[in-house]
Design a protein around this ligand. Structure first.
Ligand code: KIV
Length: 309
């Protein structure tokens, strides 16, 4: 992700994995629903999730066969260049969520509820969750929660909002912890996470998302609930796996160890931009696509001449 401690020694090209081999694409041809995902979980098939922030990229992800897209509040960092996820504006995320759903209508699109869009009151949280579904065309919302949010999750689920309860490391809490952190490193912390997962399942959450915990802890959470568990740096036992797309694309300066770049699109972007700059400086634009109608160029020159007389 963009705003984690950047590696000041970052040098493109160093210690890179070779370009990945081509994989046959299996597009998402029918709309993914919560039942589709539950069936995959019951069949023991893990499902891929990625962040998406625009319609065109979302379309590529649907074509690639990624069933779940999250319009994460990481958009604050990777799209807006802001210093943390807490700066993500609500209206902006709702707009992006609608764009992603338009670009990938068959994917299950999750809208991420930004900082202070659900913390102030139950009513405001409920109304904003509704906005993600109604205006953003989201299939579900995700919010960072602890046991204090059980009633909010219950009210959302009761209203018909599919909720992903995000537990473990919660970037919106980073300031309280003095930075990004991992969770579940002790038995007490692991038990708290299991208790939270069970409480949110009982409150009606559709899924749990657990971020940055040891894999043993995620495995216990998976065993403790019947609903799907998506992991973000939580080990292989989780049913779904999510990372920030820009990390995998190699567009960010720093990536967490569980989301290392699969390709280095940043280099390709720089090369294309440099080629364009070089073409412009050499006036090397190739053949121009537009022509004036027969005889018009001469008439235009004629007018210039008479104007200058
Ligand atoms: O905002 C985000 O991108 C996230 C994840 C990567 C889980 O919350």
């Amino acid at each position: 992700m963009a705003n984690q401690t950047p590696d000041m020694n970052f040098s493109p090209g160093a210690d890179r994995a070779p370009a990945p081999a081509q994989i046959e694409l299996q597009p998402i041809e029918r709309p993914v629903t919560i039942r589709t995902l539950q069936r995959m979980v019951d069949a023991g098939e893990p499902f891929a999730c990625l962040t998406a922030y625009d319609a065109l990229t979302a379309g590529h992800m649907q074509a690639a066969g990624v069933p779940v897209l999250l319009v994460g509040d990481t958009a604050a960092e990777v799209i807006l260049g802001l210093p943390g996820t807490i700066h993500a504006p609500l209206e902006f995320l709702i707009t992006l969520t609608a764009a992603v759903k338009r670009g990938a209508p068959n994917c299950w699109v999750i809208g991420d509820m930004p900082f202070m869009s659900y913390q102030v009151s139950l009513e405001e949280g409920l109304r904003n969750a509704g906005r993600f579904l109604v205006e953003g065309h989201a299939d579900a919302v995700k919010l960072e929660v602890d046991l204090g949010h059980t009633e909010l999750v219950r009210r959302m689920a009761h209203a018909g909002v599919p909720v992903i309860a995000h537990i473990g490391s919660k970037p919106q809490q980073a300031r309280r912890h003095g930075g990004y952190y991992s969770d579940g490193r002790t038995v007490d912390a692991a038990e708290r996470l299991i208790e939270e997962a069970q409480a949110f399942e009982s409150a009606g959450a559709s899924m749990i998302l657990v971020e940055a915990v040891p894999s043993e802890v995620a495995a216990h959470i998976v065993k403790s609930v019947r609903i799907p568990v998506i992991g973000c740096g939580a080990g292989p036992e989780c049913h779904g796996q999510i990372v920030v797309t820009h990390d995998l694309l190699g567009l960010t300066d720093w990536q967490p160890p569980f989301a290392q770049p699969i390709d280095h699109i940043g280099d390709a972007v720089r090369q294309v931009a440099a080629h364009w700059a070089s073409r412009v400086s050499r006036r090397a634009h190739g053949e121009h696509p537009y022509r004036m109608s027969e005889g018009e160029a001469e008439r235009l020159d004629g007018r210039d001449e008479s104007r200058n007389e």
